[in-house]
Design a protein around this ligand. Structure first.
Ligand code: ADP
Ligand code: MG
Length: 341
């Protein structure tokens, strides 16, 4: 199912929550919607599903305008953060629920449930109750339940928000694999950029009811179109500096700009992986702290001009040779972006 959303407007009690939101999703695509809490992400999904109505704008599913179509006639599956599984029903009955509602013949229903349990890695757990499952398993049951009636469109609203970090990563990998097998057109809402980037074909970045950028994960990382996207995506250093002849300058530090802006005072934004440090006397900064984070080390430093900086290095990187708390370092900006101050 393809989706076209055009010029959606929505206010709650006079406060604008969606401001002229337009995008499209191709059939079979998995699109992530990424942005801070309160930005209007859930409201978009609810309007597409028919659970809420827009004040203006249109929603088209497979070339058909659906604004006046009841939610149950839209063939949309929904999964929320809090897997509202039926606690008194077994896993199989939860998954079969949507099929029972429409009186699917028993043998077809049972075959579909068994197939989905298999697909979700839940084979053998059909007779359990939700309370006898782990959080990750419950979330997979919720997905199986949404997929059972073969929706043409799957809407996922922070579906992994309630499970712990390790399981969340597993679910992500697994959702992407599922999508590649089933090809249901999907919209996946999250405020977690790693999650959005690791599952989506394209990502819509939004804040305060407006779309900031739509693009592939690489386009958004490497060519953010607004300052908001630049600062929201990835770990960044934001420094007061100037732009001179297409170069960023922060005190004695200089670096090339990815997109030129006119000369003058600027906020210089440098990704944590677009900085290099090495030990040097006298150097231009002092290492304040080294934070081991499993496979990476975060190095916090302070320039002689008083700007705090941080960068991540692989744990065994030769760039870390001789670097320790209190030592003097040279800092090189390998790539920067700038916005007029
Ligand atoms: P997100 O999913 O990005 O966190 P939401 O779409 O849930 O954002 O909400 C956007 C804004 O709309 C928030 O400020 C929220 O408080 C407000 N909002 C959402 N639903 C309602 C509602 N039914 N009544 C009043 N305000 C609402
Ligand atoms: Mg939400």
């Amino acid at each position: 199912m393809s989706i076209v959303v055009s010029n959606l407007q929505k206010s709650f009690a006079g406060t604008r929550v969606l401001d002229d939101v337009s995008f499209d999703v191709k059939s079979g695509e998995l699109v992530g919607v990424l942005g801070p809490s309160g930005g209007g992400k859930s409201t978009i999904l609810r309007i597409i599903a028919g659970l809420d109505t827009a004040d203006g704008g249109e929603v088209w599913l497979d070339g058909k305008r659906v604004d006046n179509l009841h939610a149950r006639d839209r063939e949309v599956g929904f999964v929320f953060q809090h897997y509202a599984l039926f606690r008194h029903m077994t896993v199989s009955d939860n998954v079969g629920f949507g099929l029972d509602v429409r009186d699917e013949p028993r043998d077809k229903r049972d075959a579909r449930v068994a197939h989905l349990l298999d697909l979700m890695g839940l084979a053998g757990l059909g007779d359990r109750y939700p309370s006898q499952l782990s959080g990750g398993q419950r979330q997979r049951v919720a997905l199986a339940r949404a997929l059972a009636p073969e929706p043409k469109l799957l809407l996922l609203d922070e579906p992994f928000g309630a499970v712990d970090a390790k399981v969340r990563e597993e679910l992500r990998r697994w959702l992407r694999k599922l999508h590649d097998e089933v090809h249901t057109t999907s919209i996946f809402v999250t405020h977690d950029q790693d999650e959005a980037f690791s599952v989506s074909d394209r990502v819509i970045v939004m804040q305060k009811g407006r779309i900031e950028q739509i693009g592939t994960p690489v386009q958004i990382l490497d060519h953010p179109s607004t300052e908001f996207v630049t600062r929201f995506v990835g770990d960044v250093n934001v420094l007061e500096g100037t732009v001179k002849n297409g170069h960023a300058e922060v005190g004695p530090l200089t670096g090339p700009l990815i997109d030129a802006i006119p000369d003058g005072p600027a906020r210089i934004v440098v990704r944590s992986y677009d900085l290099k440090f090495w030990r040097e006397d006298p150097g231009s900064a002092t290492v304040k702290r080294m934070v081991p984070l499993g496979d990476r080390v975060r190095v916090d430093a302070l320039t002689d001009q008083g700007s705090p900086l941080f960068a991540y290095f692989p744990r065994r990187s030769s760039l870390l040779d001789g670097i320790e708390t209190g030592c003097r370092i040279h800092v090189e900006i390998t790539l920067a972006r700038a916005w007029p101050a």
